[in-house]
Design a binder for this molecule. Structure first.
Ligand code: ZN
Length: 192
């Protein structure tokens, strides 16, 4: 089921998320719905707060980008959507990268964000098997953006004060529901 996406400045995007206690049918359903939702919206990542759930869980789905990459770049690239449950970033590499980001919860806004180029993260997969991986490039970028969501942080919090001031009007419009998307967003936002 495609779930409506919560947009700025829905309080759930800022709420403290809870650890997922363990595997369950409900969790499986949420992950299936989030997978459908991120594909419907044409996104590459989605965190539980974005569908109104304060849980420490996000998805990264880079599969559709595979075709655009050469063989070398494909190595180490996830071949299927990845589910990160109760993630913890353990290490951030010393190199930083300035790269443009967008967010399904902040439609139409794209801004450059500086983040570490490589990270190490531990998480549980859907079966609650624990993994620790090191990620770089695009995967590291999307993981960090989604990880921020489960910490109640949005990418606009990480841009310069000047850029944020320039966006103020646009953000106010989004908060008031003056926003058009080709994917489903939460109804109360439109009515706000
Ligand atoms: Zn986002």
């Amino acid at each position: 089921m495609v779930l409506p996406i919560r947009v700025f400045d829905d309080p759930v995007l800022r709420a403290v998320t809870h650890r997922v206690p363990g595997p369950s049918e409900e969790l499986d359903r949420l992950i299936a719905d989030m997978t459908e939702t991120v594909r419907h919206a044409g996104g590459i990542g989605l965190a539980a707060p974005q569908v109104g759930r304060s849980e420490r869980l996000f998805l990264v789905d880079l599969t559709f980008m595979m075709e655009e990459l050469d063989e070398e770049a494909q190595a180490g690239f996830p071949l299927q959507p990845m589910v990160f449950i109760n993630p913890m970033i353990l290490w951030e590499g010393p190199e930083e990268l300035d790269f443009e980001e967008g967010c399904l919860s902040i439609p139409g806004v794209r801004e450059n964000v500086i983040r570490p180029e490589r990270i190490r993260i531990s998480y549980h997969d859907q079966a609650f098997t624990k993994h620790t991986i090191e990620a770089g490039d695009m995967l590291a970028r999307v993981i960090q953006h989604e990880y921020d969501h489960v910490e109640g942080i949005l990418f606009i919090d990480r841009i310069s004060p000047l850029r944020r001031t320039m966006l103020r009007r646009r953000l106010r419009e989004i908060a008031r529901g003056v926003v058009e998307t080709d994917y489903l967003i939460a109804a109360h936002q439109r009515a706000a």
